[in-house]
Design a protein around this ligand. Sequence first.
Ligand code: SF4
Length: 292
Amino acid sequence: MSEQALQIKNSLAAVQDHTRTFSDFTFIYPVISRRSRGLSIGINLNPDKVCNFDCIYCCVDRRVPGKVADLDLNQMRDELKAMIHFARDGGLAKEPKFNEVPWLTRDVRDIAFSGDGEPTMIHNFAECVQAVADVKKAEGLDGAKIVLITDAAGLDKTDVKRGLEIMDANNGEVWGKLDAGTEAYFHTINRTNVRFDRILKNLLETARVRPIVIQSMFLKLHGVGISAAELEAYCGRLNDIVRGGGKIKEVHAYTVARPTPEDFVTKLTTAELNALAETIRQKTGLTVYAFD
Ligand code: SF4
């Protein structure tokens, strides 16, 4: 991991607090992300908080309705430009949440589609990607990535595939969620009507076209972590993707960092997460980063 990433301590307020609202912005929010190795500008494509998963660890409070129902593309574009300028001009460095890490606030590492729901559920995903790619280019941010943080359920949609192609041409990266190795555990953790084989197929098909990052949440249910058999099955899924011609750039293994809706969900210790990451490395040969 880079020197910069090592300096990003989990205890920093800017790392702990990934609130998806900032000042009077509606669709854009800045975070210091260890997984992005610095400043990530988040784009909330789901201000209505709609998601096709209901993960037991989700930190989005769906009892409180979103600020607005729909994305306003022009406003999102303007907010993104304003945030890039704010970061570059040193305004972000002076904000209370970010003033512990001023050296991380000027360099935009990535612009990430994430937010309060599943980004691929928006009807005009490709148009949103194009808008971000245009701003990124106009602002000279060639080195910054466009990241899609996704549960993978919508990666087979035609409009989403078109969006991924635009991402490919603009330093894009897909971070696909995989939290389980079996259908049963998948439904326990992600609580969705989407079939597990659709998720696996989508990850494979996407990874056949460009290298993807797999992001996996590991946690404890009623004090018990993932079983050895489930972990074995999970590693098997990763190996299936690679054997099927997919490329996995790296695996991000992380654990609960923020309050969850279920009190029976708790985090792994650093040692437990590191041990799990080592098992994944040994069983898959993949590059695995652990973020506790
Ligand atoms: S996919 Fe993401 S937004 Fe949707 S429920 Fe899971 S953690 Fe929450």
